[in-house]
Ligand binder design. Structure first.
Ligand code: ZN
Length: 477
């Protein structure tokens, strides 16, 4: 598509702009992009000769969304685990079948996840890549990310070996040297969990991170898996640093939250995940009282959606549900909601940028990177009236309304279509992975894995059933 060729300036005309510098909304405003940056914002901007134009009228222009925790390699199994608990997930990936994944399977999952993110207006994803059991797997993960024009952070992990083992292996250092070159489009973190074992076996892995000057991301406060003990060990050994991202943090004590707040870390909340897997109640209602910075994440498409509209919506709903529940348990009524729509939009954009240490992302401001989303759908009855733009983003909009996406100044989606993305090739890769895994598992294990046993639920006795409506002939089916 020559319309948006590289180097040609671009202006989004006449949109409702959310700059994400507080609750400010700019109506009938233009955003000019030159190169990889936002050049100007304002009404009826004068633009350079030859600037491409996108009509943003009736739409919302906001920063690209940032997901701080997604296991992209698992996207090749999209939807398979919809009815899982966390226990079933651990058995399937950690104990039984995660080790079957070959480099090409990681590549397939990452490719589809990367494309899916762009389509939904998620311009930066932290790839919490804990299936990297060899450096070849890691190379495949990065190859996939670099072939799709989004912004990524590879959070290198390996659930098949102890963190102290794989982080200290020479191949790991070699990988970092070869592939992590300071490219603006590919950041790096180290991803592992802290079990709470009093001997603190993860200590060498933290030392490697410190040595390399990179941040650690860790599933913390996951019911039945990681606890306050892990936080305490990290704190006492001096490894709770400002760049550390604690994922879920849904079953921690106030003491642990105080340690996170005091050391400047942030929490990545995956509400869709916490609501159905069982890490603990989605924690924003608690952690916002501690002043801990929040970002949002989707965790994995093996269960849930890969879009942050859903993350924003479920997070706001879960927070308010808890606030009502806590008040009503005391016989009180919440008359004013504490958490507002603009705050969760902030978490989905600037909150993510802060979590990964990028002050040039997550805002619409001259000089910042041009990672921009236009939400606009002229064919949708849900696109108007546009009275409360933050509320619209959270409760009305969805991924199908993502009209245009820019990453680093480049148009990657326009008029609801991905630009320059080979979806057929991605599908062929994923088909091969599914076929391979299905063959390795065998039909019985495959079916059983997807359809866990349902515990029997006894319907409670009901004192009002002395006349049973079901005995009435008119209700008989
Ligand atoms: Zn996770």
């Amino acid at each position: 598509m020559t319309e948006f060729e590289a180097g040609r300036p671009l202006v989004l005309r006449n949109g409702t702009v959310l700059p994400m510098d507080g609750r400010r909304v700019l109506t009938e405003t233009d955003v000019l992009v030159t190169g990889d940056k936002i050049a100007a914002i304002g009404p009826r901007l004068e633009v350079p000769e030859g600037t491409a134009e996108i009509d943003a009228s009736g739409g919302i222009v906001m920063p690209g969304m940032i997901d701080t925790h997604r296991h992209m390699w698992q996207t090749a199994m999209r939807g398979y685990g919809a009815d899982w608990t966390l226990t079933q997930y651990f058995v399937w990936y950690y104990l039984e079948y995660g080790k079957l994944f070959r480099p090409e399977d990681v590549h397939a999952g990452n490719t589809l996840a990367a494309i899916e993110a762009l389509d939904a207006g998620v311009t930066t994803v932290v790839d919490w890549s804990h299936g990297l059991r060899t450096p070849d797997h890691a190379d495949a993960a990065v190859d996939a990310l670099q072939a799709v024009p989004g912004r990524y952070v590879l959070a290198y992990g390996n659930i098949q070996a102890p963190p102290a083992e794989w982080t200290t292996a020479p191949e790991f250092r070699d990988f970092v040297r070869r592939r992590i070159t300071g490219d603006d489009m590919l950041g790096f973190q180290i991803a592992f969990d802290v079990t709470g074992d009093p001997s603190f076996p993860e200590k060498p892995a933290f030392e490697v991170a410190r040595d390399l000057g990179v941040n650690v991301t860790t599933h913390a406060g996951v019911w039945g898996a990681t606890s306050d003990e892990g936080i305490r060990l990290m704190y006492e050994h001096g490894f709770m640093t400002p760049g550390t991202v604690y994922v879920h943090a849904a079953s921690l004590s106030a003491d642990s939250y105080n340690r996170i707040a005091a050391t400047g870390g942030s929490i990545s909340v995956s509400t869709e995940s916490e609501q159905s897997a069982g890490q603990g109640y989605p924690p924003t209602w608690a952690i916002r009282l501690h002043g801990i910075p929040v970002s949002l994440s989707m965790d994995t498409s093996v269960w849930w959606s890969g879009d942050l509209f859903s993350a924003m919506r479920t997070t706001l709903g879960a927070d308010r549900a808890r606030e009502h529940l806590e008040a009503q348990a005391k016989g009180e009524t919440v008359t004013h909601a504490a958490l507002r729509a603009d705050q969760v939009v902030h978490w989905a954009t600037r909150g993510g940028a802060d979590a990964i240490g990028r002050d040039d992302l997550g805002v619409i401001e001259p000089g910042k990177k041009a990672d921009i989303v236009l939400i606009k759908n002229d064919h949708s009855p849900v696109s108007f009236p546009l009275l409360n733009p933050f509320g619209h983003v959270v409760f009305q909009a969805q991924r199908g309304d993502v009209h245009t996406v820019l990453v680093n100044g480049r148009v990657v989606k326009h008029e609801h279509r991905l630009v320059g993305i080979d979806l057929a090739a991605a599908r062929a890769q994923v088909d091969r992975t599914v076929e391979y895994l299905r063959g390795e598992l065998g039909e019985e294990a495959w079916e059983k894995g997807m359809n866990p046993d349902i515990p029997t639920t006894k319907v409670l006795d009901n004192p009002y059933t002395y006349t049973d409506y079901r005995s009435d002939a008119t209700h008989r089916r």
